[in-house]
Design a protein around this ligand. Structure first.
Ligand SMILES: NC(=O)c1ccc[n+]([C@@H]2O[C@H](COP(=O)([O-])OP(=O)(O)OC[C@H]3O[C@@H](n4cnc5c(N)ncnc54)[C@H](OP(=O)(O)O)[C@@H]3O)[C@@H](O)[C@H]2O)c1
Length: 134
């Protein structure tokens, strides 16, 4: 039987990311969450972190603004999913650069939402009807 892909979630302690981490771990995939040092000692995130530990999620210390930590985390997995918050959306090119540098990633999901909304806004101005389907 084929081995299950190893999944890294960046932004896994966020509102959306925590569900992705849990779903991945529950599906039996070896799951990694990139977690900032400050988050591990943040009481507001303690329940999420404990939940991850109970599902055997691998907590990898890192930050998207620390390229070395990003590269090291990415090298351990096959799949990268980014669920970083809005403030980091434009900086996801750092994740893309690390994925390219690592060279081992089979699949990645890094959504540049700002571009999506710009596209949707322009479409709305040009054709409100078409925008309804986006
Ligand atoms: N929440 C919603 O209802 C909703 C709905 C639709 C779409 N979305 C989209 O979903 C995406 C995620 O949103 P969210 O609400 O889940 O965001 P969020 O709750 O703010 O979570 C952001 C995540 O990014 C992490 N992060 C922030 N800075 C980082 C850094 N420098 N290095 C590594 N990780 C960092 C945060 O870590 P810490 O835990 O350490 O802060 C957290 O895990 C966004 O694109 C948003 O637009 C969200």
């Amino acid at each position: 039987m084929a081995e299950k892909s190893r999944v890294l979630v960046i932004g896994g302690t966020g509102e959306i990311g925590k569900f992705i981490v849990k779903a991945s771990a529950k599906s039996g995939r070896p799951t990694f969450a990139l977690v900032r040092e400050s988050t591990l000692s943040n009481p507001a995130k303690a329940e999420i972190i404990e939940g991850f530990k109970s599902l055997n999620v691998n907590l990898v210390h890192g930050d998207i603004y620390n390229q070395k930590s990003l590269l090291s985390a990415i090298k351990q997995v096959d799949v990268v999913i980014s669920a970083v918050g809005r403030a980091q959306l434009e900086d996801q090119d750092r994740i893309v650069a690390a994925i390219k540098a690592a060279g081992n990633i089979k699949k990645s999901s890094v959504k540049f939402e700002a571009n999506y909304f710009k596209f949707k806004y322009r479409t709305m101005l040009a054709s409100p009807w078409l925008c309804f389907f986006l």
